[in-house]
Design a protein around this ligand. Structure first.
Ligand code: ATP
Ligand code: MG
Length: 252
């Protein structure tokens, strides 16, 4: 659709591991509409993170196109890529490893605001506002990643991610490393952001219950290929593909 935030068209990626070729992602087509939340599920090693990394240009794709907010970002570089990044942010399973351990959380968030073009004089107040949006008080500005809990660190990672008001937030197993109760709090936070911001999600998770609660549509991946997609309720409650049926049985 014209107002899709993300269109992945015919994207493929192959890795060479020794003398073995791994086709991590094969001819994938996927879309995320404006304010839509889209799930991506599949067993470990099926290519979910590879696809996310290709979209975020953390790795180069072999074939295909990634269209973000109408712009083909598959080949752009330098300043054009940095500009495009304002529309896309990613949060990962281990929030600590996505922060520089030497910097305070505040310094990392201020840097994100600087990159987003926020005036220096306004950055501190905005950083405090971002922290409060994710349920942290201003004392976290001076904490280092190792000083805070995993859940708090993920909240700070989310604050940093939304500093530039991205159109698309890619969450790659963003709650998998957290205790169940903390996981629920982070999901609540993501739901709140969804309601209050004009944001779309590509939500990668092993946890079909979370996907079921959060995602409008869901894609199922197997060996680098998308085998099924549709409304989340349809895919998870009435799967058509044998693989999806097995996946659901293995988890329930
Ligand atoms: N840089 C790389 N070099 C070689 N092989 C890679 C590389 N990155 C990923 N792979 C391989 O590509 C395949 C897909 O990996 P990927 O990490 O995308 O899976 P995943 O679906 O995210 O798994 P998980 O659910 O465990 O996170 C795997 O076989 C993996 O070993
Ligand atoms: Mg992964």
């Amino acid at each position: 659709m014209v107002n899709d935030v993300l269109q992945i068209r015919g994207v493929s990626k192959r890795y060479q591991a020794g003398n073995k070729n791994i086709e991590a992602v094969r001819d994938v087509n996927l879309t995320v509409g404006a304010t839509e939340s889209v799930g991506l599920v599949g067993e470990s090693g099926c290519g979910k993170s590879t696809l996310a990394r290709l979209v975020a240009r953390l790795d180069s794709l072999d074939r295909g196109q990634v269209i973000l907010c109408g712009e083909d970002i598959s080949q752009i570089k330098g300043a054009a890529l940095r500009r495009a990044y304002a529309n896309l942010k990613m949060i990962f399973q281990d929030p600590r490893s996505s922060f520089d351990p030497r910097l305070t959380l505040g310094a990392s968030i201020l840097e994100a605001l600087r990159t987003a073009g926020v005036q220096r004089s306004k950055r501190k107040a905005q950083a405090e506002k971002l922290l409060s949006e994710v349920g942290l008080n201003a004392t976290f500005l001076t904490a280092k990643p190792r000083d805070v809990s995993g859940g708090e660190c993920q909240r700070a990672a989310i604050a940093r991610a939304i500093a530039a008001k991205p159109k698309l937030l890619i969450c790659d197993e963003a709650t998998s490393a957290l205790d169940v109760s903390v996981q629920a709090q982070i999901m609540e936070l993501l739901c709140k952001l969804r309601r209050e911001h004009d944001m779309s999600f590509l939500f990668i998770s092993h946890d079909l219950a979370l996907v079921s609660g959060f995602c409008d549509r869901t894609y199922v991946m197997k060996d680098g290929i998308l085998v099924e997609s549709g409304a989340t309720g349809q895919v998870l409650n009435h799967p058509q593909h044998d693989y999806t049926k097995t996946l659901i049985r293995s988890i329930v």
